[in-house]
Each structure stands twice: as C-alpha cells, then as structure tokens.
Design a binder for this molecule. Structure first.
Ligand SMILES: Cc1ncc(COP(=O)(O)O)c(C=O)c1O
Length: 410
C-alpha cells in the first residue's frame, strides 16, 4: 500500500484550484505532474553547478558531468539495461523511435522490405515508419486487433511475420486501450523470423517493472515527462552490438573522438548518439524522478494503479450509456480507461470535467488509425491514473459523468 496523502504533498500543482474547485489530475497518460524533488533538482543545477558536461576541467563542470552520468546509471538500472552504454538520451519517445527509423532503418530497410507495426500504435510509432517507407519504397504492415478490439490478434501477428519483416515495432502498453502487450512473446516470435524489435515503452516504464533484458528487444523507448521527470528528455535503449553497428543520426560536438579536415572517429557508446550540448538538467532531473519512483517502489505503484483501475471500471460499468474501450481484465491493463458517453461529444465531456476541476483527455489521442479506423469513433474520452491519484478522484470523476448526463438529458 502506498500513502497517497503523503505523496500528494510532494506535488505542489495538486493543491491548486480550478474554477474554485480542488484540482483532480486524470490525464497522466499525456504527461505526469512533478514532485518538488524533481523541480528542486532543476533549480539546484542552475543555481549551484550550471556548466557544460564532458568539457570543463573545473569543479562545477565535473560535478555536472558526474550528475549527468549518474542519471544514466539510474536509468540503466531502472529498466535492467546492461549499463550506460545502452542508454541514449533523446528529447522524448518520439525522437527515440525516429532515430531508429532514420539511422537503423535508413541503412537496413530497402525497397520492398516489410516493417511490422500494429493497429494500436501512437502516431510516434507510425509516422516515422511511413516516412521511411515513402522514402525508400518499404511496406508498412499492421497487426490487427482481436474481435473485441481489446488486444493484439496473435494469428494476425503470425501471418504478418511470415512476410519476414526487417523490424517489428510495437507498443508495450496502449495509450488508448490500456492493454499491456506481451512484448517478450512478440520479440521471441519476431526473432524466429530474424526481425529486430523496437518497443515503445512510453506507457509502461512509468507504471510497471520493465526489464529490457527479459524482453530481449533490440530497442526500447520512453519519455521522462510521463514518469515524474521534465519534458525534453527521453530514452533510447539499444543492445550494445546493434548500437555499435548503427550510424549516428546527428554529427557535432561530443559524439566524436577525433576530427580531421577529411575524417572523424566516433566517441564510445552512448555518447556517439548525443551530438551537441545535451539536456543536462533534464537528464539529472530524470535521475531524481527515478529515485522518487524507486523510493515508493514501482511494484507498489503498479498495484495501486491496478486497484484504482478495478474500482473505476466497476463504477463505470454500472453507469448506463457508457461505452468502455479496451480490456477490463486488470491483469493485462494499465491505469488507462477510454470511454464514451452515448450522444455526447468527448470535447463536451472534457469541458464539463474541467468546470469540475478535473483534467482528462478527449480526442483521438494521437492514435488516429486505432480510434477512427478500428474503433470507428471521431474521438474518445480518457482518464488515466498515477501514484498520486486515489479513489476520491475517481468518485469526483463519476459525479462529473453524472453531471454530463444531466446536462445532456440522457
Ligand atoms: C504509447 C505512446 N507512444 C509514444 C508517445 C509519444 O511520447 P512523446 O510525446 O513523449 O514523444 C506517447 C505519448 O502520449 C504514447 O502514449
């Protein structure tokens, strides 16, 4: 059990008022709020040791470098990567996937090659592959969902793997359905067909124990801002041999060892992929966010969110005219619940929630193929939980749904 009241006190934004009402934040799948420890680490960096990394032979530059490297060590440990050579910092998940598509894909995917993704991907795991395919004549295939549109259809996965794709890129957890994909199994199947695997962990790493060695994927991506860290910093994990064989996307300072007028040699991993001055304070603050998650315990956070999800699903399924998307089995679901209220546009739902002080998401959730082509909706509403949410937050959301129904007379 985690002490939510104590946790809430660490998040200054949770004590603001919206429309004169206590703020309830239920849009955690979009981004998380930040504790004072993370905010403080950014202030501390700028007020006490602001200097560039890897360059200065003076104390505060050495301290900045040390803290930046320490953050990579914490990140590596958090997902059970081998070491910091496997941890490339990017701006976000999107940049990490684009890096793989452009660098690895640019070199290894040729005209007529297949790229396999799924029908539940976020745009950031669709568009980079479409861009690549448009450029080099590759073909993007999609694993379909099962009959209930709840999880991936294993038959469809197997059929698509018969086309011998060069890469399989799949989300670990859907930001719309909340379903957790068995990425260890998918990786095993993909490897039988000599495909490499990229996992989009934007919705998994903040909420559950992730072990990249167990998954055995070649690449794994996630964003700090969804796990209590700041915006502008993300992670690309890569297996050492794959990263060593891959060319960097950007050239510049820090990513080289030597440069002559006509040649260069690269720096070692992971620096080869981090050209220019990095997001130093973002990296350091990500390390502090990981400390915070470790202090509470990621397994405890997972169990807490499962409890909230069970509670919310139970309440929601008792309300007439509510349509739920995604599985209801909490063993394969994160704290993400998408729903519709029959006859009401999700934007209206979101606006009424906002009047009640509640932040939720409404729209296509950057997963248009899933929402419009599979679920056949223009938009859906979504509530999503994190460690600072409690059952009271859900009760307030349920009251807001009843208010929507009263206003729209349904
Ligand atoms: C499943 C999934 N993948 C990728 C992303 C993109 O993350 P970012 O915007 O931090 O790059 C998101 C963000 O919502 C997501 O939910």
């Amino acid at each position: 059990m985690i002490d939510v009241d104590k946790i809430k006190r660490d998040f200054p934004i949770l004590s603001i008022k919206i429309n004169g009402k206590p703020f309830v934040y239920l849009d955690n799948a979009a981004t998380s709020q930040k504790p004072t420890q993370v905010i403080g680490s950014i202030v501390e960096y700028y007020s006490k040791y602001n200097a560039n990394v890897h360059r200065g032979i003076y104390r505060i530059s050495e301290k900045a470098t040390e803290e930046y490297i320490k953050s990579k060590e914490k990140t590596a440990k958090f997902i059970n990567a081998g070491g910091i050579e496997n941890i490339v910092y990017t701006r976000n998940t999107t940049e990490a996937i684009n890096t793989v598509a452009l660098s690895w894909g640019g070199e290894n995917i040729k005209k007529g090659d297949h790229i396999l993704i799924t029908d539940m991907e976020h745009h950031s795991n669709i568009v980079p592959w479409l861009l690549l395919a448009r450029k080099n004549g590759a073909i993007v295939d999609y694993v379909k969902l099962d009959r209930n549109n709840e999880k991936l259809d294993i038959q469809s996965l197997k059929e698509n793997l018969e086309k011998e794709p060069k890469i399989v890129s799949v989300t670990h957890a859907s930001n719309v359905l909340g379903v957790i994909n068995d990425v260890k199994y998918i990786t095993g199947e993909a490897h039988k067909h000599n495909a490499i695997v990229m996992v989009d962990g934007a919705q998994s790493v903040p909420h559950m124990k992730v072990d990249v060695k167990k998954i055995n994927c070649e690449f794994f991506a996630f964003s700090a801002h969804k796990m209590l860290g700041p915006t502008g910093i993300g992670v690309l994990y890569g297996k050492t041999d794959v990263l060593n064989a891959m060319n960097p996307l950007f050239g510049g300072g820090d990513m080289i060892r030597t440069v002559t007028r006509n040649s260069y040699t690269w720096n070692s991993l992971p620096w080869k992929f981090e050209a220019g001055t990095p997001n130093i304070e973002g990296g350091i603050a990500l390390g502090v966010a990981i400390d915070y998650l470790n202090k509470i315990g990621i397994e405890n956070i997972d169990a807490h969110e499962q409890e909230l999800t069970k509670y919310a699903l139970n309440k929601l399924s008792g309300i007439k005219d509510i349509e739920l998307f995604g599985p209801t089995d909490i063993k394969v679901k994160t704290g993400v619940i998408s729903f519709g209220i029959k006859g009401v546009h999700p934007h209206d739902v979101s606006q009424i929630f906002d009047d009640e002080g509640i932040a939720i998401r409404a729209g296509h959730h950057c997963a248009m193929p899933l929402v419009t082509e599979v679920l056949h909706k223009g938009a859906v509403s979504r509530i999503s939980f994190y460690l600072y949410n409690d059952k009271k937050d859900i009760d307030i959301a349920i009251n807001a749904i009843n208010k929507v129904k009263r206003i729209f007379k349904i």
